[in-house]
Design a protein around this ligand. Sequence first.
Ligand SMILES: [Zn+2]
Length: 112
Amino acid sequence: MAEVKSFCARAFVAAKSCHYCGRRLSFFGGRFDSKVKDYLMPLSKGGHDEPENIVACCKECQVLKGDYINYALLPMLLNRPRMIADIRRYISEIKQMTGVKSSVMDLPGSRR
Ligand SMILES: [Zn+2]
């Protein structure tokens, strides 16, 4: 299993863009485009810690997926960055209306 784990790490490190929205990933923490590890099928839903279930994605997509998108719908979304953009806009509107503040979503994006 050690080999599998190291393969996961290599594939994850090698990924240059978000698996879901395709944006380039940053290596700086605390930003929307920070690279994070995501399980296509969440472990809590029976997914396994295996290479084919692990993708690199941006923090924003991870948050969106975790909170708003059923994992079963993701294959439909993979080639639809516009739909994802719509979802983002929708969520930002909701956040503005409700005044909800999320520590993840509200980190300054201009920091370099
Ligand atoms: Zn993304």
